[in-house]
Design a protein around this ligand. Structure first.
Ligand SMILES: *Cc1c(COP(=O)(O)O)cnc(C)c1O
Length: 423
């Protein structure tokens, strides 16, 4: 058996010293430097700019300017911040992205609009292992409209490939709804290739970008994407429950009508007129009054990332996950773990899952005994999110070292196996 090379902690320190994004971490509020936070893919860290923005928006715009702030700044926030996300992270020209509601609600709005645009077609295609809210929303739409929801089982390490999608779409397919990055494995789908096969079948495609936005460069316009949604509280650092974004390709906007006819989608809103007549832009996908504080924080968090640039962020995400997989091979594979993520960085997002029958208790032991925060994904995954803006190579080294020791010494046996609500 070949000797596994020992990677000393000094190797991680060397990489941190050479990291061109190392200074970005100081833009974030990090009260406890010893906490190893590997959950930035679930809830991104708080930026210093966000703290300052809360004060500005709440005390200044709300407290001082009061209702005058609607005209001064608030009224167009969903579009302005949407365009910014489009430009910096989504490869979307202005006028196609707005920030509003939650990912689940936006998914419902866009899926419903897409189904209306494909009358006579009675099948929705999605991934059997798609993120649960996506499946439930589609299930509800299929039930309400008497459509068939076809849930396809894709290989977890490959994600939905164009070949597999081609095999399941036909003239009955109205909509294909998939996630770009698999929330379990981080498998990264090829947007352009999948879009093409869906379009050849005459259907529309709706991507969920929750685990890619802010971590992986995305080219919605260039890949011919029809529709997309995504959340802003993960890699984009918008804060807990921050409003989501939605994208509608310009060529489709005027043909699509969303199911919730609210006044924020209405032409000449303050004419208070009779009859719904939606704006001929992405604004028609808004519903009600924007969540001003939330959208402002999306802007603040995203600006910190944009100052680094998505390409350097992606490069660091790749370097962190490659480093993690090297440690996995050296330390965890011999202890009975298997790798739950693709080995090829080109088709991997910014997290790494490792699988072990005792994953739940290993996760709890990391949190309780080592101050390492990953998350657990049923049934046997420890998911380690490496948010490029704030994760250090030493964090990865320490987390893998802790996992190795927990399993070698069976320290997980001391952990209460009762599941907590949020894992
Ligand atoms: C996190 C996540 C969501 C969350 O949706 P909410 O409406 O914000 O709760 C949806 N889809 C995917 C793929 C996710 O990772």
């Amino acid at each position: 058996m070949p000797n596994t090379p020992l990677t000393p902690r000094s190797e991680a320190e060397r990489r941190d010293a050479a990291d061109p994004l190392a200074a970005l971490r100081s833009e974030f509020v990090i009260p406890d430097d010893s906490l190893i936070y590997l959950d930035g893919n679930s809830l991104g860290r708080l930026s210093k700019a966000s703290l300052a923005r809360v004060e500005e928006v709440v005390a200044g715009e709300w407290g001082t300017r009061l209702i005058r702030s609607w005209n001064e700044r608030w009224q167009t926030l969903p579009q302005v911040v949407g365009d910014f996300l489009g430009e910096q992270f989504l490869g979307a020209a202005p006028g196609q992205v707005v920030v509003s509601d939650s990912t689940s609600v936006n998914l419902y709005k866009l899926a419903s609009a897409a189904l209306d645009a494909r009358p006579g077609r009675d099948v929705i295609v999605s991934d059997l292992n798609n993120f649960p809210t996506d499946r439930y929303v589609l299930e509800g739409l299929a039930a309400a409209r008497g459509l068939e929801l076809k849930l396809v089982e894709f290989d977890e390490l490959l994600g939905p490939t164009a070949e597999q999608v081609r095999a399941v779409v036909d003239e009955r397919t109205a909509l294909v709804s998939l996630s770009q990055v698999d929330y379990r494995s981080a498998a990264l789908a090829d947007l352009g290739a999948v879009n093409q096969v869906v379009h050849e079948a005459g259907a529309l495609v709706l991507w969920d970008l929750c685990h890619s936005a802010g971590a992986v460069p995305i080219e919605l316009d260039a890949t011919g994407t029809d529709l997309a949604v995504g959340c802003t509280y993960k890699y984009l650092n918008g804060g807990p429950g921050s409003p989501a974004f939605l994208y509608v390709n310009r060529s489709l906007i005027e043909d699509l009508r969303q199911p919730i006819w609210g006044w924020y989608g209405q032409r000449d809103q303050f004419a208070m007129g009779q009859g719904y007549d939606p704006v001929p832009s992405a604004t028609r996908f808004l519903v009600g009054t924007p969540q001003v504080v939330g959208v402002s924080l999306v802007d603040a968090g995203a600006r910190v990332l944009a100052s680094a640039g998505i390409k350097p962020l992606r490069d660091k995400g790749v370097a962190l996950t490659e480093f993690a997989i090297g440690l996995f091979d050296a330390w965890l594979a011999p202890l009975g773990f298997t790798l739950g993520s693709p080995r090829d960085a080109a088709v991997r997002g910014s997290h790494v899952s490792v699988r072990h029958p005792e994953a739940y208790r290993i996760c709890r032991a990391l949190i309780e005994q080592h101050d390492v925060v990953p998350d657990f994904r049923t049934p046997d995954r420890v998911r380690l999110g490496m948010a490029p803006a704030t994760t250090r190579f030493v964090d990865v080294w320490d987390a893998f070292d802790a996992m190795r020791r927990i399993v070698e010494t069976r320290a997980y046996e001391q952990v209460d196996p009762t599941r907590t609500d949020v894992t």
